[in-house]
Design a protein around this ligand. Structure first.
Ligand SMILES: NC(=O)c1ccc[n+]([C@@H]2O[C@H](COP(=O)([O-])OP(=O)(O)OC[C@H]3O[C@@H](n4cnc5c(N)ncnc54)[C@H](OP(=O)(O)O)[C@@H]3O)[C@@H](O)[C@H]2O)c1
Length: 129
């Protein structure tokens, strides 16, 4: 059986970093791990504890960078989407960008081209206003 591939989208965020560190501690590392970043390049302090893992630059608003993941890392078996425009004020200032990021159509479209099924875990919030 081939090794599972796990992709954390938004791996540079608060939640994403904790998730990556948790995955990196898994006994025997039974899967290959990759993650995405957007505006910031991943810092060495993030990369060191989760090595080996592969960072990819992705913009969910355009979908830029997603095809590179399937072409080089391979189609993931599990995708955990921790990416978001998470600051409510920024969302209010630019609702179109907030919608394009937080309702990740580009990610779903990309997955719909996979030749095998994959699991998408999408994080949300309980913040109501
Ligand atoms: N933090 C919590 O305690 C908590 C609790 C419950 C639920 N959640 C949910 O979990 C999710 C993540 O929250 P967070 O606090 O971890 O947010 P965060 O720290 O603001 O991280 C957001 C992540 O999204 C990436 N991102 C932003 N815009 C992007 C774009 N256009 N394309 C691709 N990636 C983009 C950021 O990349 P760069 O940093 O590289 O720009 C970063 O990795 C949200 O849906 C939030 O509602 C969070």
């Amino acid at each position: 059986m081939s090794r599972k591939r796990v992709l954390v989208v938004g791996g540079t965020g608060y939640l994403g970093q904790h998730l990556l560190q948790g995955f990196a501690k898994s006994k025997g590392k039974p899967f290959d791990l990759a993650f995405t970043h957007h505006s910031t390049n991943p810092h060495q302090t993030l990369l060191n504890p989760i090595s080996p893992s592969t960072p990819f630059h992705v913009d969910l608003q355009s979908g830029e960078g997603l095809t590179t993941i399937s072409n080089t890392f391979g189609q993931p078996d599990v995708i955990v989407n921790c990416a978001a425009m998470s600051v409510p004020r920024a969302c209010e200032m630019d609702p179109a960008a907030a919608f394009a990021t937080n309702v990740p159509t580009s990610l779903v479209k990309w997955m719909s081209g996979f030749n095998a099924s994959a699991i998408l875990i999408h994080l949300s919030t309980d913040q109501a206003d």
